[in-house]
Ligand binder design. Structure first.
Ligand SMILES: Cc1cc2nc3c(=O)[nH]c(=O)nc-3n(C[C@H](O)[C@H](O)[C@H](O)COP(=O)(O)OP(=O)(O)OC[C@H]3O[C@@H](n4cnc5c(N)ncnc54)[C@H](O)[C@@H]3O)c2cc1C
Length: 402
């Protein structure tokens, strides 16, 4: 057993939320340690392609953004958290830009797309590698700070002690490391990878999305909400095999792709909320109007030939490259798609500073619940990571230094 030096703030997880929290806590003057299960780059955030929402267009406002979130959540979200999310969105974008993220621009402004469930064009993108660029910028900021990063340090236990917490990590070698800290920020993401394995389904998630940190928090008595509400991404890749489980960016539909059944008919509003679009695909296949992949999987068509070439080349270059490398050109033929397990909508209950129902224990990102209620809109997860990661980082640092 190795015992590390004590820290003010321990962050668990190196996705966008953990990195935003760690950078913010460090800038607030705290001694910060960030632990993560695998390599620092290994997380769902880095896989996010579509973009991040913020109200910038002249016909939009944070209030309109909040209204769209509220409706998409079927009025189940925590309104207080939603208002913080949407009001702080433009500031979070500016903060990311100061950290080195360059969003795609056109005509002097941001290139904005409309995503499912949104009434306005509000999605900012960095091509279709938005999460990769955001996490890289935040990782570089943290690595340039005084903070300590410990990759390959999975959290296996957390105990409250008189002046804070003791965290235990178990290394691959079998050795254990104990870390003392005044406050803890849980940013360990969701559980869709494990859930999909258990159901024998495909998932878009990376293999670290297994949910054990949520279990640790629940065992300590932290409260959670909507944990049963898992989200299917309507457009998982269904064919060819190397694209199975790939999340076809929702921006394909934002730029004109539509869902078609075996008769070539549009059977749903392709830009509806995610749960509605996924349910429509399941129902269409159930009714015998879907199709099958060569390996016998259910599917419908996504007619990507309707996307203007220029939009595809600016906003979907990575997707085009991947399909073309597999011998399919999405601009020349429709692609096959079917919903895949994607996101944990619910999670640990938090207040507006990201504190859970346990004092000194914070949570942000996919591990936390409330901001999306039972159905998240695309582009609001990266946003949540930045807005509530920053809030949790600052609050945990403040409490630790008090
Ligand atoms: C393919 C894909 C595309 C997406 N596209 C978009 C998009 O376009 N826009 C959008 O807003 N959202 C998108 N999302 C959702 C979004 O990316 C994630 O929900 C969000 O980034 C989650 O961030 P996070 O920091 O909470 O968790 P993650 O990024 O998953 O990070 C969790 C971290 O915790 C670590 N961890 C887990 N368990 C432990 C443990 N026991 N001990 C230590 N560390 C641990 C993991 O290794 C990882 O580093 C997408 C998701 C996927 C999978």
């Amino acid at each position: 057993m190795t015992v590390s030096r004590p820290f003010d703030v321990l962050v668990v997880g190196s996705g966008a939320s953990g990195l935003a929290a760690a950078v913010s806590a460090e800038r607030a003057g705290a001694r910060v340690c960030l632990i993560t299960k695998g390599a620092l780059q290994s997380c769902n955030s880095a896989k996010a392609q579509g973009g991040i929402q913020a109200a910038f267009s002249s016909d939009d406002s944070p209030e309109q953004h909040a209204e769209d979130v509220w409706r998409s959540s079927h009025e189940t979200a925590d309104r207080r958290l939603v208002e913080i999310l949407t009001c702080e969105a433009p500031g979070a974008i500016q903060w990311l830009e100061e950290s080195g993220v360059e969003f795609t621009r056109e005509n002097g402004g941001y290139r904005l797309a409309r995503c499912g469930g949104a009434t306005r064009k509000r999605l900012l993108q960095v091509g279709d590698r938005t999460g990769h660029v955001i996490t890289q910028a935040l990782r570089e900021s943290f690595e340039a700070s005084q903070g300590t990063a410990l990759p390959h340090h999975p959290l296996v236990d957390l105990r409250p002690v008189p002046n804070g917490w003791t965290a235990t990590c178990r290394l691959k070698s079998g050795d254990q490391v104990e870390i003392s800290t005044v406050t803890v920020i849980l940013a360990a993401g969701g559980r869709c990878y494990r859930e999909a394995e258990e159901r024998g389904e495909l998932s878009t998630n990376h293999p670290g999305a297994t949910g054990e940190v949520t279990k640790i928090a629940l065992s300590l008595g932290a409260e959670a909400r909507d944990l049963d509400a898992l989200q299917y991404h309507p457009n998982g890749g269904a064919w060819p095999p190397n694209m199975q489980g790939y999340s076809i960016p929702e921006t394909t539909r934002a730029y004109g792709a539509v869902l078609l059944n075996s008769e070539g008919e549009e059977f749903t509003d392709s830009l509806g909320p995610r749960d509605a679009v996924s349910d429509a695909i399941f129902a269409e296949v159930e009714a015998g109007r879907g199709t099958q992949t060569e390996d016998g999987r259910p599917a419908v068509y996504l007619d990507t030939t309707r996307i203007p070439r220029e939009d595809a080349e600016i906003s979907l270059p990575y997707m085009l490259r991947r399909y073309r490398a597999s011998g399919i050109d999405p601009l020349a033929e429709p692609i096959l798609t079917y919903p895949v397990l994607h996101y944990q909508n619910g999670g640990l209950r938090i207040d507006e500073h990201g504190e859970t129902t346990l004092e000194g224990l914070y949570a942000c990102g996919e591990i936390a619940g409330g901001t999306h209620g039972r159905n998240r809109m695309m582009g609001n997860s990266l946003l949540e990571c930045c807005v509530f990661g920053r809030r949790a980082g600052r609050a945990a640092a403040e409490r630790a230094r008090a």
